[in-house]
Design a protein around this ligand. Structure first.
Ligand code: PL4
Length: 414
């Protein structure tokens, strides 16, 4: 008799993004003439630049000739791409050996799967609010008790709240935890950790033999050179951190699909030797994953070329100009806005202490603008919404104009 993984029953609600899509669809069906402005899901919209397209085309052509055709590659990624990634980190002032990179088909799957190399009794600390994958993957793997609806939290997790008071980047936990998920630049708040803030986590992790899982999917959006773009800029991080990153937002690969994870050879857990976790992730990937698409990997190499970097960064600058337009527009109607300086997300306080979903509905019905309710990222996200800066400029400008024109904010309590 088969039984189910009952941890799935613990999951608090439907996955956030399909729920947003469901509500948007219902509104569209009820208002077929309405033009919706989608600033919800962080989805890239601008065309790939020439240098990257050229890299993709060359690989496609090579697949069309038996003399240059290639089938399965190494599960951990093609060596030229891992060498190019190593060069990219060298330019950031950090040495990572090519064989410490594990190329993937994107950061989401790695963020969900990485917990599988750790014990099921590990205590997990999560930034709150956070990208839902960190939470849900650990719930399904049995590292929590039930979801407490009153508190909006799972029993057993240690939540590290990002609040206005701490600039949306928390301090390390007071108690002993084993795994710590950090995301900087942060989804959803747009906050970026300083060297000092990350150093405090690295010091904590080394002292407690904890491991930091660091999601740097938006690192390329940092324009302030005083801020760290990788956790490996922090002394001691090689012993205690794994970094997950992606070409999705870096280079518009949300549909192409390509990412990477760095597991340094010095990384240790309480009961492991240096090198063991690195070998375990290798073993996990070669067993359960068959490698990223070779076309996508050729595209990744093109992104990391001199022209590819220049052209990809021009597109990032375009999205960051969107962020500036959104920030100024929302502030002009009296909303309190955070983020959007070194990240493509703006974290907006709901007016009059309104609930996140309530404000989501107000933006949808009054302005035909779709944002993401902050509560979907955790209890600390309640009374905020996230606005994504991805989108065509004309759509962004139109959305901001609609908000300026149609959003009704009661002035009394705001
Ligand atoms: C919508 C912090 C977006 N259906 O594209 P990937 O897999 O390389 O990257 C996923 C990812 C990883 N880490 C962080 C992220 O923010 C994301 C993408 N997040 C968003 O709007 O929050 C896209 C979400 C997608 C999903 O469920 O991830």
């Amino acid at each position: 008799m088969a039984t189910i993984n009952k941890n799935f029953r613990k999951l608090s609600a439907g996955y956030l993004f399909p729920e947003i899509a469901r509500r948007a669809k219902a509104y569209q069906e009820a208002h077929p003439d309405a033009k919706l402005h989608r600033l919800g899901i962080g989805n890239t919209t601008e065309a790939l630049p020439k240098a990257v397209l050229d890299g993709l085309h060359v690989k496609v052509d090579r697949l069309g000739d038996a003399k240059t055709y290639t089938g399965y590659g190494d599960e951990q990624g093609d060596t030229p791409l891992r060498e190019a990634l190593s060069g990219y980190y060298r330019d950031l002032g950090v040495e990572i050996a090519p064989d410490e990179f594990f190329v993937s088909d994107g950061a989401k799957a790695d963020a969900a799967n990485i917990q599988s190399i750790f014990g099921s009794d590990n205590v997990v600390a999560i930034q709150d609010p956070a990208y839902p994958v960190y939470v849900d993957s650990n719930v399904v793997s049995g590292r929590t008790g039930h979801f407490d609806r009153n508190r909006g939290e799972y029993e057993g997790f240690v939540y590290l709240a990002g609040t206005e008071e701490n600039g949306f980047f928390p301090e390390p936990p007071q108690e002993k935890v084993d795994l710590i998920y950090l995301c900087s630049p942060n989804n959803p708040t747009g906050a970026v950790a300083t060297h000092e803030q990350l150093q405090a986590f690295v010091d904590y992790a080394r002292k407690n033999k904890a491991v930091i899982i660091f999601d740097a999917a938006y690192a390329e959006y940092i324009s302030d050179d005083s801020l760290p773009r990788t956790i490996f800029e922090i002394p001691g991080a090689r012993e205690c951190a794994i970094e997950i990153n992606s070409f999705s937002k870096f280079a518009g690969f949300t549909g192409v699909r390509l990412g990477w994870t760095i597991v340094p050879k010095e990384l240790v857990a309480e009961d492991s030797e240096p090198g063991e976790l690195h070998k375990m992730w290798f073993r996990r990937q070669v067993t359960f994953f068959n490698g990223a698409s070779n076309i996508a990997q050729a595209g990744g190499i093109a992104v990391l070329s001199t022209d590819g970097l220049v052209q990809s960064r021009q597109i990032i600058a375009y999205y960051m100009e969107n962020a500036r337009i959104i920030r100024e527009g929302l502030r002009s109607v009296g909303l309190t806005v955070f983020g959007g300086d070194n990240a493509p997300y703006l974290w907006v306080k709901t007016p009059n202490g309104m609930g996140s979903w309530e404000f989501f509905d107000q933006l949808l019905t009054q302005c035909q603008v779709i944002a993401t309710p902050g509560s979907g990222f955790g209890a600390a996200g309640e009374r905020y919404i996230r606005v994504s800066a991805f989108g065509h400029r004309e759509n962004i400008v139109e959305a901001v104009d609609l908000i300026k024109k149609n959003l009704v904010i009661s002035k009394e309590n705001n």
